[in-house]
Write a new protein. Sequence first.
Length: 267
Amino acid sequence: MKSPAPFFVFLLGWLWLGPAQAQQQGLVQQFTDSSILLANGDTLEGPLTLNRREDVVQIQLGDGSVRTLSAVAVQSFAVKGEQIDRRRNPYYYDDFYDARAGYYYGNPFYSTRPLRRRQERPDTSLVRIFRVYRWNRGNDYSDFKSPGFFEQLSNGPTLLLRRESLVQRAANYNSPYGYGAYRGGYPYGAGIPATQLYTDIKDDFYLGLPDGRIIALRNPKKDLLNAFRQQQRQIEAYAKVNHLEYTNARELAYIVNYANSLTAANN
C-alpha cells in the first residue's frame, strides 16, 4: 500500500493545526468572591473575572452593574471561589497561606505551632492574593513597562510571584490526551508526524523586589540563586537537605522564605 502523497499529508496536518491555532486565547478565570483595592484607595467587592493575558478584571457590583478595570487602576486584590479547572493538579488550589505568612522548613517561629495541613482535594474557598507590578511583558529588549497582575506565593521582603498562561503542547503518550491523540488524527498513523495539540496551563515564576522591580525566573534554580548570590551556597544546601524542587510552586515559596531569612539575619 502506498503511503499518502506529501500534499495529502500536509493538508491533513493543516486542517488539524488550523482550528488548534485559532482556539488560542488568553486564560480567563472566574471567582465567586473578590475584594479589590484600587489605586486611589477605594475598595470594591463582588464576583470577579480575571483575564490573564490582557491584565484586566471585571467585577460585578452589588447593584448588578459590571465594572472593568485594567491593572493600572488596581493595587491588589483577593479572590476565592474559583471555578475548578480539571486540567489542574488538585494541589493547585492551595492558597499558599502558610508560605505568605513566612513559613519554611526549620523556621523557629513555627517550631511550636502546628502547620495547616495541605489540601488533599480542590478547595476553592481558600483566599488567593494578587498584586500589581510593572514589567516588560517578557521582552528583555524593551524599556517599556506596563502594570500586570501577579499572584503572591511567599512572604517578603522579596516575594515569589506567579503568572499563568495558556500554551499549546503536542500530544504524546505521556500527555493528558495519551495514546491515539497524535499523528494528525489520521487512522493508524501511516507515517504522519505527531501534530495534534492540546491546551495546557503554564506557570511562570518571578521575584518581586522591595523597590517594585521584578526578576523573571525562567530557570528557577539558576535565576533564584543569582538573585541571592551571597546566600547561594546556603540556599542550595537547604533545598537539597529538605528535598525541595525549584519548579514546584509551594516548595519554591519555602526556598524564597528561607532566602529572605538569611538576608534578614545578615542585616
